[in-house]
Design a binder for this molecule. Structure first.
Ligand code: ATP
Length: 576
């Protein structure tokens, strides 16, 4: 409710219109039975045809007003529920943009998608019913009860007697449905997770002929979802007939009591007709209210799941909050940096120190799992250091505006990710207003120009999952994307691994020319990709095992010698 109220305040006028239409609707609905009672008691009983016609006209007018009110009510409800849900979805999306890797890992991709889509949809459904009935129900119930009491006190007792049964029933149903809804949402998340893994990993699954196992896994999740949904439907399908049964029972009792009263002259037919109409309204209003009440637990579960996203405090905080325009970077220093992942016990990096200046290239090499990717991810603050400091021009990066810092960095990840859209759209991702010449220059440096032309130019569309470009082409496009931006710092995370040796060498030669005024940080597995670097850091189990140029390390660092011996032939080693 808190979540809904916080959004509702942006739609005060529409909400006021909603309230107005509810009152109009109630007035009409409750007014007609009273007019019908007059018509019967005076018009029919006293055979006053003129009065009947007169009242018929009033009923027509009131009905027209009622229809207009109902249409207006429908419009307000739809507007409010869809607008609020849109705002919630937008805010959720915006909030997830602030998330660091830690929060993404904590929530999981499937869960974030389920929360943005399904949970938001549950809220929308609830809001639609809420705005339609939550206001109407109290108005109608109170109005009907007053009129019922006025019509006949003894008959009213029958209605009032059924209300406690309804209330107890609703509470039981609501409690049970909350638990089931929570489980239903979690199993939907499970389905989404498996679907996502299967769609993105279909090649691996087929290569390992694991289709049957995956089908079984999906079936388990799907059956669990079906199980909880079935229980929820069952609960709802028992509730409605039980409610109608109560209503019919009350109706039967009223007819019985009223027949005695009419016989004794304590009630006339018109009053009975009006009374039955009011009874219908009381019961109908309570039923609608029950519907809101029964939908509430499901929506409350979704609202809680959404609120958890809003309440998450990103592990990487933007303390400065200024601007966002790139900053000049002359020097990056790692000052005794230690880092452990939030869910990891041991440090992945320990006491790492180095400085790299503008125009220099620093490379990182080491066995898999030695911490290379972790180290370079600390520069754009994917995570914050656990100990020590990372300095940019002498300032701790935690004191620099996060978007300014990130806007100054061109990050080329290990797994080149392209977005659906044209090649130009992808290249402009880092610089919206990049000119054609800038894109062309970047593509040429990244050795991507020729294949872009072969494919039909910059307007060629990248398909979903970039299946129409090879792994090496994808890497070159992601390098070109970073180059278009002309950032102050380039970070290459093993970004040359899918390139053949010739293209790798050509690309590095071109990069050297273009990047002479930038800081370049390169992670590589191949020694040939980094042997020209100004400084090479050898990492071993998160510690610096050696630092220096290729030549220096060949002489002084045992681990580097071993890597070199496994990759370079004797001649190449001798040349060095
Ligand atoms: N998101 C993460 N959460 C927890 N631990 C992680 C995470 N990412 C990496 N690690 C762990 O940190 C260690 C270093 O991983 P990292 O990817 O930095 O190594 P790397 O040297 O880049 O390896 P590779 O050459 O195989 O890419 C590994 O033990 C890895 O399991």
């Amino acid at each position: 409710m808190k979540l809904i109220l916080s959004y509702l305040k942006h739609y005060k006028k529409m909400f006021a219109l909603n309230v107005f239409s509810v009152f109009g609707f109630a007035l009409v609905e409750l007014g007609i039975p009273t007019i019908v009672a007059w018509m019967i008691d005076r018009g029919v009983t006293e055979k006053d045809t003129a009065f009947i016609f007169e009242m018929g006209g009033v009923i027509l007018l009131v009905s027209l007003l009622g229809t207009a009110g109902t249409i207006l009510l429908g419009y307000c409800c739809s507007y409010l529920s869809t607008s609020i849900t849109r705002d919630i979805r937008n805010d959720m999306f915006e909030k997830t943009q602030e998330f660091s890797h830690r929060e993404f890992k904590e929530f999981g991709t499937a869960s974030l998608i389920t929360r943005t889509t399904n949970d938001a949809f549950q809220i929308q459904m609830f809001l639609n019913i809420l705005f339609r009935t939550a206001l109407m129900t109290p108005v109608m119930t109170v109005g009907s009860i007053v009129l019922v009491l006025k019509a006949s006190l003894s008959l009213s007792m029958v209605i009032l007697g059924t209300i406690p049964f309804i209330v107890v029933g609703v509470i039981i149903v609501a409690k049970r449905s909350e638990l089931l809804s929570e489980r239903q949402q979690s199993s939907l998340e499970w389905i989404n997770r498996i679907s996502k893994e299967n769609i993105s990993g279909i090649r691996v699954i087929r290569a390992f002929t694991n289709d049957r196992h995956e089908k079984k896994r999906f079936d388990e999740a799907n059956s669990a979802y079906m199980g909880y949904s079935k229980k929820l439907f069952k609960l709802m399908s028992v509730t409605q007939p039980a409610f109608y049964f109560l209503m019919n029972l009350a109706g039967m009792l009223i007819y019985w009591i009223s027949s005695i009263m009419i016989e004794q002259g304590g009630l006339n037919i018109g009053q009975l007709v009006a009374f039955m109409d009011y009874l219908f309204h009381v019961m109908f209003s309570i039923m609608l209210f029950c519907l809101v009440f029964m939908m509430y637990p499901k929506a409350a579960v979704s609202a809680r799941r959404i609120t958890r996203i809003f309440d998450a405090v990103p592990a990487v905080e933007n303390t400065s909050g200024e601007g966002g325009s790139p900053i000049r970077i002359d020097e990056i220093t790692f000052d005794h940096v230690t880092f452990a992942y939030p869910d990891g016990e041991e440090a992945v990096l320990t006491d790492v120190s180095f400085t790299v200046k503008k125009g220099e290239t620093i490379a990182f090499i080491g066995s898999t799992g030695s911490g290379k990717s972790t180290l370079i991810n600390l520069v754009p603050r994917a995570y914050d250091v656990s100990g020590g400091r990372i300095l940019v021009n002498g300032t701790d990066i935690r004191d620099i505006d996060l978007s300014s810092l990130r806007n100054s960095i061109g990050f080329i990840p290990q797994k080149a990710l392209l977005f659906s859209g044209s090649i130009a759209d992808n290249l402009k991702f880092g610089k919206e207003d990049a000119s054609f010449e800038e894109m062309e220059e970047a593509a040429r440096t990244a050795q991507a120009y020729d294949f872009i032309m072969e494919k039909g130019g910059f307007d060629v569309q990248i398909t979903e999952n970039a299946t129409n470009v090879s792994g090496g082409q994808r890497q070159r496009l992601s390098i070109a994307r970073a180059l278009v931006r002309k950032p102050e710092v380039y970070i290459f995370d093993d970004s040359f691994s899918a390139l053949d040796f010739k293209t790798d060498a050509k690309l590095r030669k071109e990069l050297k020319k273009v990047l002479k005024d930038a800081v370049m940080m390169v992670v590589a597995q191949r020694i040939t990709s980094i042997m020209d670097a100004d400084k090479i850091m050898v990492l071993n189990e998160g510690r610096v095992a050696g630092a220096g140029t290729h030549r220096e390390l060949l002489e002084s660092c045992r681990i580097y010698q071993e890597i070199a011996a496994s990759q370079l032939d004797k001649e190449e080693l001798a040349d060095d």
